[in-house]
Design a protein around this ligand. Structure first.
Ligand SMILES: Nc1nc2c(c(=O)[nH]1)N[C@H]1C(S)=C(S)[C@@H](COP(=O)(O)O)O[C@H]1N2
Ligand SMILES: [Mo]
Length: 418
């Protein structure tokens, strides 16, 4: 796969030429507003094979959001509509086509007795594990901070920076055993994963550290070679992706090249100050990314309990009378979702929705209930609580943080009742 595949057969320069934006790209005009006036590439032009109805947030690396109208149509999100978040790009990787396992090398190094270097085709021979799970960007819902607290920088995701997908491959612990790697205990406290994608210019390379002390990493991590029953599409991290069910999307590192066992979290910019939240509440705007230390913050690891209304949709017009409200709830998979509560009087009273447990502890729990709505502008609020009592705040703004991560406020939509 050559880089030519970039924007659906067009490279960037060719694309700009066709849209007449070459002069702008070459810096002849100081303003970028002219670029905005040009037709923006659609999702299928950004990532080959994607549904053109996806929302394009970034054409350069490829950042695509799934509108809820599409997401809600499938229990397992098909590859054509699954969201994409590339911080940086794998050469030839902006496509749904797979990349062969053979010829793809993986290294396991660091605090281990026997470092391993192997061809990824070995992974097919080891016992396979399959998991259905919510893959969610830690920035999903970021745009709501603007509504409930204060706007933050970063992709202004609504709810569509998530998917429910099925991943399959050998467990990392079985791979370690197969190669007799032997991680040094207790010295090795973190697993740092790095992909073969490359940063642009002088940016630091993308990588993440996960806590090796967490059984949800040690026991459940998979070196996935399949997504939704097929070889992983290149853009989703094929041929080999680190999958850690329950963890935010960003920790599910794509295009695995190197796994390092370490005593300390990575010093990489993507581990700190990016992808972090303060460990105590901060006043919106009174704390910035540069204030983060390893001690006063934590990475986007376990997903917070959350629910999203799939129907009706925000802004929709519905008929007065009995209205069906449905959607999904999930958390980090440590305990099940206990209840999903629905309110049509802005939180004064709540009713419990009927739950249909999902395919796995890490997947969506479906909820549905019926509410009575009289004509006018009405609000529907939904919040989930799990068996540990972890609940969504009514005002998600209380978890404001400088990069707008981990939004999990009660979902509050407005409908017109006619
Ligand atoms: N190697 C690598 N892995 C990565 C990323 C990346 O840019 N490079 N992006 C991360 C982020 S922020 C998210 S949300 C998910 C997105 O996964 P997807 O593109 O398959 O939807 O991949 C994560 N893994
Ligand atoms: Mo992300």
């Amino acid at each position: 796969m050559g880089m030519k595949k970039e924007t659906n057969g067009m490279d960037r320069r060719e694309f700009l030429k066709r849209t007449g934006a070459t002069a702008v790209a070459l810096g002849v005009f100081p303003s970028v507003t002219r670029v905005r006036a040009q037709a923006r590439p659609t999702a299928d032009q950004v990532i080959q094979g994607k549904d053109p109805r996806l929302i394009v947030h970034n054409t350069k690396t490829g950042v695509l959001e799934t509108p809820l109208e599409l997401l809600r149509q499938h229990e397992i999100t098909p590859k054509e509509i699954a969201f994409v978040r590339n911080n940086q790009v794998l050469a030839g990787g902006k496509t749904l086509e797979p990349i062969p396992l053979k010829g793809w090398t993986i290294e396991i190094i660091g605090l281990v007795h026997r470092p391993a270097k192997f061809d990824a085709s070995v992974l097919k021979e080891l016992p396979q594990h399959e998991v259905t799970m919510v893959l969610q960007c830690s920035g999903n819902g970021r745009s709501f901070y603007a509504k409930y607290a204060k706007k933050t920088g970063g992709t202004q995701w609504k709810h569509g920076g998530m998917a429910q997908t099925v991943w399959k491959g050998p467990k990392l612990k079985d791979v370690l055993e197969h190669f007799k790697v032997e991680v040094y205990e207790p010295a090795a406290k973190f697993l740092t994963a790095n992909g073969r994608d490359e940063p642009s210019g002088t940016k630091p390379d993308f990588e993440h550290s996960l806590p090796w002390t967490d059984p949800y990493v040690r026991e459940n991590a998979i070196l996935a070679i399949e997504m939704n029953g097929e070889p992983i599409p290149a853009v989703h991290g094929g041929p080999v992706r680190l999958i850690v069910p329950g963890y935010y999307g960003t920790m599910n590192v794509k295009w695995i090249g190197t796994l390092r066992f370490e005593a300390h979290e990575s010093y990489n910019y993507n581990q700190i100050p990016r992808y972090r939240v303060p460990i105590y509440p901060v006043e919106p705007g009174k704390f910035s990314k540069k204030d983060f230390t390893y001690e006063n913050s934590r990475p986007n690891w376990h997903q917070k309990v959350k629910s999203v209304i799939f129907a009706p949709l925000d802004g929709e017009t519905v008929k007065a009378g009995t209205v069906k409200v449905e959607g999904v709830a999930w958390n980090d998979g440590v305990v099940p979702i206990e209840e999903v509560q629905v309110s049509t009087d802005q939180g004064k009273t709540w009713t419990r929705a009927k739950l249909k447990p999902g395919k796995s502890p890490f997947g969506w729990t479906f909820f549905e209930t019926y509410v009575a709505l009289s004509p006018g502008e009405r609000e529907i609020w939904v919040r989930a609580v799990d068996k540990l009592g972890r609940a969504q705040p009514l005002n998600g703004g209380i978890h404001w943080n400088p990069s707008g991560y981990e939004w999990n406020g009660a979902d509050r939509i407005k409908v017109k009742v006619s």
